[in-house]
Design a protein around this ligand. Structure first.
Ligand SMILES: [Mg+2]
Length: 422
């Protein structure tokens, strides 16, 4: 069943309080501060430092409800700064790659590493040390024979400081497994727990000892595999190559309601550009584009309106000029005069490898030229900061944009924001 040889172990390396830790790297004065990160438009809390968690700030707290508490506790608040977080994530992964070529980047702050060696705890400590030394990010390392156990090992490392942030979990360690509740097992939703409890399964040890066949018939094959995984038998392989994304979506709420066609057009052009840029960074091209638009579902003075329109390109494209034209064409089909809009978005679909696009006999844009133009555009924006060069259709002042008033500098991705070190 397993393709991973038994001498190989799996480490889950997870950055502690990732967004808050990224903000801290360039602000050493905040090393012990309570930090909250806000969602787009500065609406609610989406990430917290440990100190903020200890003070009782919760995920989803509405920003303007907690302002008193923020000032009373001296909590530092940031708007989310995704260019910074994405870049710090890449840096951490490049440190992990020094230890093994076999990595699955599972999320922005979590990676699975395939490891071998005589002293894996020591290796885990080295990963932790070097990630801190080279990126400034604190991580915990959980090591075990399977991904499911590595997740649990990581949790143990994080919750129990006496392990120094690194924990190796043997499948035979019943005492540890018993402490892990169902809902804390990777892939088990809170919804499943009552049904498991009915069968007398309260924790990871109970589940590990359950009858796989019975679990399969009562639940599904996913949960059956979980039993093998908890017993140290690997069923979930490392997915080293990220699968081609199903689609790329760029969609945001506006900073205020818009009833001006030109402004909505600007926003759609901006989202189309961003989607094109994201797509090209993965060397993909899209076959299909959808624009959607809606009013607020909570609006009191007008009825709710939501609509979308799609077109299929004659051949897959990565060219922002075509993507923007298509997005505007779709917008025109769904825009209703006299409504106040709250959100629009562009979705690119049917993604294929940009080098293997099917040529349409009747539709022959100069792809060589367009490819060159797009790569120059992307390079300028990458080197000199986002939107140094952009299409006129995106507008100049972009006053429809969401407000992000407390965003930190893009320390690592924008020359002008590079920190000075004296
Ligand atoms: Mg994390």
């Amino acid at each position: 069943m397993s393709s991973i040889r038994s001498t190989e172990w799996i480490a889950l390396v997870d950055v502690n309080n990732f967004y808050a830790s990224c903000e801290r790297v360039f602000r050493p004065d905040l090393r012990t501060a309570s930090i909250c990160i806000l969602s787009n438009n500065d609406g609610c809390v989406i990430a917290r430092s440990q100190e903020a968690k200890d003070l009782g700030f919760k995920m989803g707290d509405i920003f303007h409800h907690i302002q008193d508490k923020i000032s009373e506790t001296g909590t530092k608040v940031f708007s989310s700064n995704y260019p910074l977080y994405g870049d710090m994530s890449d840096r951490a992964v490049s440190v992990y790659r020094q230890f093994t070529p076999q990595i699955e980047v599972y999320s922005i702050d979590e990676s699975f590493l395939s490891l071998q060696g005589p002293d894996l705890v020591e290796l885990g400590r080295e990963i932790k040390y070097r990630t801190m030394r080279d990126t400034g990010l604190p991580v915990c390392v959980g090591i075990a024979k399977t991904k499911t156990l590595a997740k649990i090992a990581n949790r143990i490392a994080k919750k129990n400081p006496e392990h120094g942030g690194v924990f190796l979990l043997e499948a035979e360690d019943k005492a540890q497994l018993q402490k892990i509740e169902n809902a804390d097992i990777w892939g088990i939703s809170r919804r499943l727990t009552p049904k498991l409890q009915e069968m007398g399964i309260y924790n990871a040890l109970d589940l590990a000892s359950a009858d796989p066949k019975k679990i399969r018939s009562k639940f599904n094959v996913v949960l059956e595999r979980m039993i093998y995984e908890l017993n140290g038998q690997s069923c979930l392989e490392l997915e080293e190559v990220a699968p081609i994304k199903k689609g790329i979506m760029v969609s945001r709420g506006f900073g205020r309601y818009l009833d001006d066609y030109r402004k909505v057009q600007e926003s759609v052009a901006t989202y189309a550009s961003r989607a094109g840029e994201k797509m090209r960074s993965q060397n993909l091209a899209a076959n299909k584009l959808t624009t959607f638009l809606r009013t607020s579902p909570h609006g009191k003075d007008q009825m709710f309106y939501s609509n979308s329109f799609s077109i299929t390109f004659p051949e897959a494209t990565f060219d922002t000029t075509l993507i923007t034209k298509a997005a505007w064409y779709c917008l025109k089909k769904i825009y209703r005069q006299g409504l106040k809009y709250q959100k629009a978005g562009v979705f690119l679909d049917g993604l294929v490898d940009a080098d293997k696009t099917q040529q349409d006999f009747f539709f022959k844009p100069d792809t060589g030229k367009s490819k060159k133009l797009m790569s120059v555009l992307d390079k300028l924006n990458k080197d000199h900061g986002r939107d140094v060069v952009r299409f006129a259709g995106c507008g100049v002042d972009a006053d429809w944009k969401m407000r992000q008033r407390m965003v930190s500098p893009k320390y690592t991705t924008r020359w002008a924001d590079m920190p000075d070190v004296f």
